[in-house]
Design a protein around this ligand. Structure first.
Ligand code: SAM
Ligand code: SF4
Length: 357
């Protein structure tokens, strides 16, 4: 029904709610989603060159002084945790390339006393054989290791590095530290590359090792802009392949904000999960935000806009001012990605390794 000519148009719900909702209490966006999960990229550099992520020659890396220092990371994380963030994941680029990674973990771990429940790392795993003891001692609680194939030659084809043995040794090293749990192994599946043999071998790894295997659909976040819907290998197809070999049952009582739907092997031999952002978007329950290595807050992987936290912080902003900037940005979090909306879809303003996946 149209408003009468003499009546002002009804204020959008969003604007009315803004004053009431986004100045206090836990971080919440204008769609009512609570924000509990922060991914912090600590570097945009990488020692791999995964074909679905970045070109062989690498990217234009950020200058050292553009990257958040350990003090800045600690301070911002403290502010985020005070606003209700419960899970922090360190990522990159390749986060293990930062020499101060164990110290970053050690500085963030005490935030457990103020509400941080999980402090995790996403890594390509190559440096884990050396770093695992220090990361465990520093207080890391969870880990995701990226691994797309168990075949040496195909590993080289995807990552452009001959490092499968080091990654496998890194996974083994983690097994000695039960405080880092679960150990998750993430594989990006790309149609045209990922074969049935890769899928079965990776699922087999989850059966013989204490790792939770997860398959991720390829998203349009590659630096070269080559993504095409034809390259998406739907998680449902992968599940069908695994189920035919080793029957799967969906796990009961899963966290609705989780990106993955997890299944257990019917014979109890382990778990495998499917992260299907393209074929089954989970934006409705999204509780994630991201901080880039250069201190920009992104409220969606596919954000076009970012909120600069680094410049105000370096210009002397106090915690209250940072909180205000964070609350305002989070309030404007995107409703959903538009990968499946044809022309409406706009690529994100940065690629996956520059955002922090
Ligand atoms: N270098 C670390 C690693 O590879 O685990 C952390 C950063 S990497 C960008 C984080 C995750 O994003 C990895 O699991 C990687 O496989 C995944 N990824 C990269 N590009 C992707 C894309 N276009 N679509 C889906 N996942 C992608
Ligand atoms: Fe590096 Fe991770 Fe991207 Fe591979 S996926 S190139 S390891 S940032």
């Amino acid at each position: 029904m149209k408003p009468h000519a003499h009546e002002p148009p009804p204020a959008p719900l969003r604007a009315v709610a803004t004053e009431a909702r986004h100045d206090s209490g836990p971080l919440r966006d204008s769609f009512g989603r609570l924000i509990r999960n922060l991914r912090i990229s600590i570097t945009d550099r990488c020692n791999f060159r995964c074909t679905y992520c970045m070109p062989e020659e690498g990217l234009d890396w950020l200058a050292n002084d553009a990257i958040l220092t350990i003090d800045e990371i600690e301070r911002l994380t403290r502010v985020f945790v005070s606003l209700g963030v419960e899970e922090v994941r360190l990522t990159g680029g390749e986060p293990t390339l930062r020499r101060d990674l164990p110290e970053i973990v050690a500085r963030l771990a005490p935030l457990g006393a103020t509400g941080l429940r999980s402090l995790s790392l996403t890594t390509n795993g190559i440096l884990l054989p050396r770093l695992t003891p220090a990361l465990a001692a520093a207080g890391l609680t969870r880990i995701n290791v990226s691994l797309d194939t168990l075949d040496q030659k195909r590993f080289w084809q995807v990552t452009r590095r001959d490092a499968l043995d080091q990654v496998m040794a890194g996974l083994e090293a983690l097994e000695a530290y039960p405080t880092i749990s679960p150990i998750k192994v993430n594989a990006v599946a790309v149609r045209g590359f990922t074969r049935e043999e890769d899928i079965v071998a990776l699922a087999g790894l989850a059966r013989r090792k204490p790792y939770v295997m997860r398959f991720i659909e390829f998203m349009p976040l590659d630096a070269e802009g080559n993504w095409d819907t034809d390259q998406v290998l739907p998680g449902d197809e992968i599940r069908t392949i695994i189920h035919a070999r080793w029957p799967l049952d969906v796990l009961a009582g899963q966290d609705p904000s989780s990106t993955a739907v997890t299944y257990r092997f019917s014979d109890g031999a382990g778990e495998v999960g499917f992260i299907n952002p393209v074929t089954h978007p989970f934006c409705r329950a999204c509780d994630r935000i991201r901080l880039t290595a250069d201190g920009q807050l992104r409220t969606c992987l596919f954000s076009i806009d970012e909120t600069d936290l680094k410049s105000p912080m370096r210009a002397g902003a106090d915690d209250l001012e940072l909180e205000r900037l964070i609350r305002r940005a989070v309030w404007s979090k995107e409703q959903k990605h538009q990968i499946n909306e044809g022309e409406a879809f706009q690529r994100a303003s940065r690629s996956m390794s520059q955002i922090g996946g």
